[in-house]
Ligand binder design. Structure first.
Ligand code: GLA
Length: 346
């Protein structure tokens, strides 16, 4: 554990280094629970960083699009920035056009989390979100555990309880580039997404409610395709997202950890597999990056310098009764797990 920096309030922000015997290394800060760096081997066994971010706390404090952060209370969008639960309407910040995005103005990505436990390979962070914070009902007691596993996985276990009925949808917003940590675009990475359907959106990126088959669309990644192959296709959904920025409905057989996606980077041989207990994953291709942010090692992050695989319940679920429920009630415990597992293909 080291000091990463200080908040304007003077509060200290810490950073932890988690490792395994195989040499994988994750650096995670208490600020936003952000994964600052993630070093994994390439096919020659050389370690390299595969996530975007900043060298210093200051970089994060200046503002950024959720690099590596824990996102909550509600990862992704809530349409019209409001929802009704048990007959009561809750108004949230409209921080993304007319919609609410990633928990609001000061979401979980901007909180300095408490350290609840730490050892060489794992870190448990806690945050208690007060009743009414960002407009959400209920005191939400949240705990997130990061573990670097022996088989080169970064495992993330999320847990939450509430004292009033509320909604919750936690995720991690790491931006991956398996080749060069964001120096060049991810268009040559090949991705498989284990989904027969996705949730098409309107022009403000709110799901229409339809679960549309991917068959015959640029969203069919059931067999691997280069990310760049159809990213500029003449397709309304691609246009709305400015590329991929969509939730996929994962094919699931049960409740446990199941494969959501697999990404292969041919130059380094690196493979990322995403396993999750969640029903969906947001595949986002860094369409809003525009070269203005200067990250680790002075790299300017250009458009599509990274991709995100944000495991989640579907966007706007609080207003879509037909989607899997995101309601958490007193006495229940919210629990989800996602693993980002790395390997190489020879
Ligand atoms: C998510 C959203 C995107 C964008 C990024 C952050 O992935 O779906 O539209 O807001 O976060 O820039």
């Amino acid at each position: 554990m080291e000091t990463f920096g200080k908040l304007p309030s003077g509060e200290e922000v810490k950073i932890f280094t988690l490792t395994n015997e195989a040499g994988m290394e994750a650096r995670i800060t208490t600020y936003g629970g952000i994964v600052v760096s993630l070093e994994v081997p390439d096919r020659q066994g050389r370690l390299g960083d595969v996530v975007l971010g900043f060298d210093t706390l200051d970089g994060y404090l200046k503002g950024h699009p959720y690099f590596g952060a824990i996102v909550g209370r509600y990862g992704n969008r809530i349409g019209g920035a409001q929802f009704t639960l048990d007959g009561v309407t809750y108004k949230l910040a409209a921080n993304n056009g007319p919609n609410h995005l990633h928990g609001g103005i000061e979401g979980f990505d901007k909180k300095n989390w408490k350290v609840e436990a730490a050892d060489g390979s794992s870190l448990t962070l806690g945050y208690v979100s007060p009743d009414g914070e960002e407009g959400y009902p209920g005191t939400l007691r949240t705990r997130v555990t990061y573990t670097v596993t022996p088989d080169n996985g970064l495992r993330i276990d999320y847990e939450a309880t509430t004292d009033k009925p509320t909604v919750v949808n936690l995720t991690n917003h790491s931006y991956f580039n398996l080749k060069d940590a964001g120096a060049t675009p991810i268009l040559d990475h090949e991705i498989m997404i284990n989904a027969d359907r996705f949730t098409p959106v309107d022009e403000t990126l709110i799901p229409t409610g339809e679960l549309r088959p991917v068959e015959g669309t640029p969203f069919d990644f059931r067999e691997p395709h280069k990310i760049g192959e159809r990213i500029d296709a003449d397709d309304e959904q691609i246009r709305f997202g400015g590329g991929y920025d969509h939730n996929f409905v994962l094919n699931r057989t049960g409740e446990g950890l199941e494969l959501a996606a697999r990404v292969y980077e041919p130059a380094t041989g690196r493979v990322l597999e995403v396993l999750t207990t969640e029903p969906g994953v947001q595949f986002y291709t860094g369409n809003f990056l525009d070269g203005t942010l200067e990250g680790k090692g002075g790299i300017r992050y250009q458009k599509r310098a990274a991709f995100c695989l944000e495991t989640q319940h579907f966007p706007d679920s609080p207003n879509k009764p037909q989607f899997p429920s995101v309601v958490l009630r007193p006495g229940e415990t919210y629990r989800t797990t996602t693993v980002y597992r790395f390997s190489v293909k020879k």
